[in-house]
Design a protein around this ligand. Structure first.
Ligand code: 48H
Length: 264
């Protein structure tokens, strides 16, 4: 007697069509978004979650095939994530278990914290495109940032002689630079003499985290900066392997974006 089949009769062509059509539909819809967040690290994911939760059409573009940036492995190749108070309140919100190390310092496991944050952003309705590298800015009247020029990461990674492939552009009301130390979006404004960045300063955790949250905001019309990119833009001290400011900067950045969208 023939064994009963476990799986359906769906073949390769249906699988391929599902992927191509599904991606095209999403991509087509998000060619025009309210907000494009460049960078899917802790600050970008946090902001994306908050924005999408408020019904704002939010797209995260991430150059890697994974999300989370530096949030998987906190520091020194040891996957413990620390947050200084009040960062643990965000861990509570995300349902991430943690331990108290000492008064004002909390510790959790990177994979657990990062996967919960990614899931929260996805649950809130953020659209995510991976393996997509931010390449340049779209500029409109009065040098307002109005979108992102992107290309597939493998195309950007190969020498020009063998990948002479033009990028495409996405439009949005606001662009967010959440690309970490390199502040890649701001760098494109700087290349054109539209902004001057200072580069992040030496480590001084007690100062750094408050300042990063304080300076999170619009760095140029249409461009909001959050996370470690804030330190790079304003020359603030770095904080080392602790993430409270990244999470709170993402939250504050989302509030700034919401205010900007109200005025548009
Ligand atoms: C698409 C890009 C591009 C690009 C980069 O580095 P991240 O984790 O950034 P933050 O700011 O959310 O968090 C910083 C934190 O991880 C950290 O490094 C800390 C606290 N350091 C302290 C210190 O003293 O050093 O994530 C940025 C994300 C990554 O996933 C990148 O792959 C992505 O942005 N990205 N995506 N196009 N051109 N550049």
């Amino acid at each position: 007697m023939a064994k009963e089949k476990i799986f359906s009769d769906v073949g390769e062509k249906e699988v391929t069509r599902a992927i191509v059509e599904g991606f095209s539909k999403t991509f087509n819809e998000y060619v025009d978004s309210d907000v494009i967040i460049v960078g899917g690290g802790p600050s970008g994911l946090m902001a994306g979650k908050e924005l999408a939760k408020s019904g704002i059409k939010t797209l995260i573009i991430e150059r890697n095939n994974y999300l989370g940036g530096g949030f998987w492995i906190g520091g020194y190749l040891m996957n413990k994530i620390t947050v200084r108070a009040p960062g643990q309140k965000v861990l509570d919100e995300l349902g991430v278990p943690y331990e108290k190390v000492t008064e004002g310092l909390y510790m959790t496991n990177g994979p657990h914290a990062c996967s919960k944050l990614i899931a929260a952003a996805c649950d809130a309705g953020v659209m995510i495109i991976n393996m997509t590298k931010f390449d340049d800015i779209v500029i409109r009247e009065k040098n307002r940032v109005a979108g992102a020029v992107i290309n597939w990461t493998p195309v950007s990674a190969l020498p020009r002689e063998i990948t002479c492939v033009d990028p495409v552009a996405l439009e949005s009301k606001i662009v967010v630079d959440a690309t970490g130390h390199d502040a890649c979006v701001v760098a494109k404004l700087e290349e054109r003499g539209l902004i001057k960045t200072k580069g992040f300063g030496a480590m001084w955790v007690e100062r750094s985290e408050d300042l990063v949250v304080e300076y999170t905001g619009e760095a140029h019309p249409g461009l909001v900066v959050m996370g470690m990119a804030v330190s790079t833009v304003y020359g603030l001290p770095r904080m080392g392997p602790t993430f409270g400011a990244m999470l709170l900067s993402g939250k504050k950045g989302a509030e700034v974006v919401k205010e900007k969208l109200k005025k548009k």
